[in-house]
Design a protein around this ligand. Structure first.
Ligand code: PLP
Length: 399
């Protein structure tokens, strides 16, 4: 067998995988239409159309588009009246914005550990984290796998919590036949460059509550109110508006989403048995209540071995497999949370995730069967030469 690419051998694959983002003439025409319309900003009719169509697809009555997913979380928190003195429970396995949005409105993020199987907020840990100050919870549908909304809604209702679903990874995902982002008071979406639908940047708050929708829209549009005068400002707001360009591109991306979700699901089930049979990796465990997994990320756990995760990923990347990653540590270890109560070790499942798990980015799941076979071959090659890899790493030749 040829030696590992990381040790100077030939890689399994030199061809690039499918590029992301995917676009065609429909995005090009959409951008041109906005250009020619002369209305380029947040009042473009494309913005209102996108809000309507995205919200309808995601089974919410209202959609309020914003400049990005971070602002979507901040807007939802602000519209819910969360602020100083309030605590908001968040998981530690997520992007930093889930927790810093809480800081941005002056409230305190409280981290509760993840579930060992789904990697989502553990309902049991959520229940334990609730104090008299807790006002809200932000479950993240991590990787596109919906969080346990049955349990989270039940606990939240018992404690009167506002539920803001962070659905940045979960466009089109379904829990018990219902769209992620439609269960809580708010659903928050991102359309940043890497997401399953993108306009480079962008975000949206979904809600089915008319009063919350009005407050969110006002927060996102300089404190204006629907039907109010242009220079009438009824609350503290800002300019979070999405542009016409982005909305037009996102309308085209939304059309493509259902077929892409299907293709990712097909490829994920193909990978499942193949990765399992390598004996070194555990593919994602999908809760039977998940009808549609968003597969923004395909999460993989390494079975116990001497091979450190990061060395394994470096070896796979050298074999020509892109899009692999993981969080280096739970987000509460970041300096920005100094002074808040969480320490390394507080969330053992999150810590374990950061040692043992990695993800494969969603565009790999849009590849063809032969591309996926290369991925599996690379895993097998690294598995079979783990001893050489470890020796190479300790001699400094695995670079
Ligand atoms: C889970 C999660 N929440 C929120 C965000 C923030 O979205 P944005 O980058 O659009 O601000 C991201 C990532 O980008 C994310 O992955």
């Amino acid at each position: 067998m040829p030696s590992l690419a990381l040790l100077g051998g030939p890689p399994v694959r030199r061809k690039p995988f499918a590029a992301w983002p995917v676009f065609d003439d429909s995005e090009k025409q959409a951008v041109l239409d906005v250009l020619n319309s002369g209305v380029w900003g947040g009042y473009s009719p494309k913005v209102a159309e996108f809000e309507r169509r995205f919200a309808a697809f995601h089974e919410s009555r209202f959609g309020i588009s914003v400049a990005n997913g971070t602002l979507a979380l901040e807007a939802a928190l602000a519209a819910a009246g969360i602020g100083p003195g309030d605590e908001v429970v968040v998981p530690p396995i997520t992007f930093i914005a889930t927790a810093t949005a809480v800081l941005r409105v002056g409230a305190v993020p409280v981290f509760a550990d993840i579930d060992a199987a789904s990697y989502n907020l553990s309902p049991q840990r959520l229940a334990e984290a609730i104090t008299p100050k807790t006002r809200a919870v932000i479950p993240v549908h991590f990787a596109g796998h919906p969080a346990d909304m049955d349990a989270i809604l039940e606990i939240s209702a018992r404690h009167g919590l506002v539920v803001i679903e962070d659905a940045a990874h979960a466009h089109g995902a379904c829990w018990r036949g219902r769209k992620a982002g439609s269960f809580g008071h708010f659903g928050s979406f991102s359309f940043q460059q890497s997401k399953n639908m993108t306009a480079g940047e962008g975000g949206l708050v979904a809600t089915s509550d008319a009063e919350l929708a009005e407050r969110t829209r006002s927060v996102c549009n300089q404190g204006r109110r629907t039907g109010g005068a242009w220079y009438e400002h009824v609350r503290l707001g800002s300019n979070y508006r999405l542009t016409g360009w982005q909305a037009a591109v996102l309308l085209a991306q939304l059309e493509r989403l259902p077929a892409q979700l299907e293709k990712r699901a097909r490829n994920a089930s193909l990978l499942h048995s193949k990765l399992l049979s390598t004996g070194v990796l555990l593919p994602p465990a999908v809760d039977p209540r998940v009808n549609v997994h968003g597969y923004y990320l395909y999460t993989v756990r390494m079975r116990p071995s001497d091979l450190p995760r990061d060395l394994f990923l470096r070896a796979l990347a050298a074999e020509g497999i892109p899009g692999l990653g993981s969080y280096p540590h739970p987000i509460y270890t970041n300096k920005v949370f100094d002074g808040y109560p969480h320490r390394r070790g507080d969330c053992p499942e999150a810590e374990r995730f950061c040692r043992e798990c990695f993800w494969v980015s969603h565009e790999i799941l849009l590849a063809e069967e032969s591309d996926l076979a290369d991925f599996v071959r690379a895993v097998e090659k690294v598995r079979d030469q783990a001893g050489e890899l470890l020796a190479g790493a300790s001699h400094g030749s695995a670079s």
